[in-house]
Design a protein around this ligand. Structure first.
Ligand code: NAD
Ligand code: GLY
Length: 388
């Protein structure tokens, strides 16, 4: 780059994806260095010049100062609110504290909330924005790979109930999403891998060429290569934007984004949300099981199911049950969990099945026997797995 270049981060290093939702449309900007430009990029989209940045303690240590400085330079009056890191912050008690705290600052309808963090901060902040003063603007600055490719885009917000994950929430779209891939430098490898599972999901839903690209570029992505990351994050956001534009409130095809999730939610619940099994790890193995179930039903080839499992094994995600936490997995208990998933309608379980890599579809006609057989094969006859 010449020293005369006025922009140290030229536009060619940025990709902008539009989420087309009529008056609620917004851009997802993908590139490196966006935290430092947040104020400049947000300012034209917001009527007011006051903002509260919500983040967690870990992310605050890395990026809060840069975000606040950028907002102040752009003329925002801003303050911060820091919650504990981790899924336990996505609960009604934390939400209540956040709401009271923000109201105590004397906010107005034009005050914006800025979610700086992973999916926990994004879901919590989006929910708070959707109900404070009956709705105030919010901006997502996702800092995990999972949040950049999935939770930061599409407007699902919420917290967990004691009865299950994400049972309390709203659909509420952000005004802007800034996916700064440079923030992924500090993300632990295990978290990066977990987010990678959600990237693979887009290939498996309807994009076999993207899956093949990931098979060739997995190492670059997980090593943090900025070009590979920008390409993969932008491609994933385009896929998600298309699906959300078509079905914002999940009355149809948006449910394809739940590929592997019916299994994953049951696995996570059985593991006990103690950090031993991350959401993305559960989703990876859930997608393997979805392909195995599809193969057992004669819908896709065993070869495709094996290819998915091999890819996850190759990147250090669970491709087999022996890579899951060493608890006594039980098919019957997993099936009971699946029956309580929020995707159950009229007592019938909804699964995303597939006719092959990149050919996913929704099914509400999965025979229980086939499901039990696939789980028994995965975890051992009778449903018990040998602990590692
Ligand atoms: P997370 O927000 O808990 O972040 C994971 C960990 O990484 C945390 O400890 C966090 O402090 C740390 N972290 C975040 N960014 C970092 C960075 N740049 N450097 C170093 N550490 C960093 O978890 P997540 O995986 O991002 O999100 C999971 C949540 O997202 C779940 O609650 C899930 O239900 C939700 N989710 C929501 C949607 C949606 O559509 N709204 C979709 C998928 C998942
Ligand atoms: N993460 C699933 C969705 O946004 O619909």
């Amino acid at each position: 780059m010449s020293t005369a270049d006025p922009d140290p981060r030229p536009e060619r290093d940025r990709e902008t994806v539009r989420v087309e939702l009529g008056p609620r449309s917004y851009d997802v900007v993908v590139g490196a260095g966006l935290v430092g430009e947040a104020g400049r990029l947000m300012a034209p989209l917001l009527a007011g010049r006051s903002a509260v940045v919500i983040t967690d303690r870990v992310v605050a240590g890395h990026y809060l100062d840069a975000a606040l400085n950028s907002l102040r330079e752009a003329g925002f009056l801003c303050s911060q609110l820091v919650v504990d890191a981790g899924e336990q912050s996505k609960d009604l008690a934390t939400l209540g504290g956040v709401l009271e705290n923000i109201l105590g600052r004397g906010i107005e309808r034009s005050t914006a909330l800025v979610a700086l963090g992973g999916g926990v901060v994004g879901d919590l902040t989006g929910f708070a924005a959707s109900i404070l003063l009956r709705g105030i603007p919010f901006v997502q600055i996702p800092t995990t790979l999972l949040a950049q490719v999935d939770s930061g885009v599409g407007g699902k917000t919420g917290v967990n109930s004691t009865l299950g994950k994400n049972l309390i929430g709203t659909f509420y779209q952000p005004r802007l999403v800034l996916a700064d891939v440079a923030t992924l430098d500090t993300l632990p490898l295990r978290e990066r891998r977990a987010g990678y599972a959600e990237v693979v999901k887009y290939g498996l839903i309807d994009d076999p060429a993207f899956f093949a690209w990931l098979e060739r570029n997995d190492a670059a992505l997980l090593d943090g290569d900025p070009d590979a990351l920008r390409t993969a994050v932008a491609h994933s956001c385009r896929a998600k934007a298309r699906i959300v534009a078509d079905d914002e409130r999940e009355s149809g095809n948006r449910a394809l984004l739940n590929l592997g999730h019916t299994f994953a939610h049951a696995l996570e619940a059985e593991a006990g949300y103690d950090g031993s099994l991350l959401h993305g790890e559960a989703v990876a193995y859930g997608m393997v099981l979805a392909h195995r179930l599809s193969a057992a039903l004669g819908l896709c080839s065993e070869g495709d199911a094996a290819r998915v499992a091999a890819h996850f094994r190759a990147v250090g995600l669970p491709g087999e049950a022996d890579a899951l936490p060493a608890i006594r997995w039980n098919s019957a208990a997993l099936i009971e969990r699946m029956k309580h998933d929020k995707k159950v309608r009229d007592g019938r379980m909804t699964f995303v099945l597939t006719r092959g890599i990149g050919r996913a579809f929704l099914s509400r006609d999965v025979p229980l026997d086939a499901l039990r057989t696939v789980l028994d094969q995965a975890f051992g006859e009778g449903g018990l797995s040998a602990p590692r």
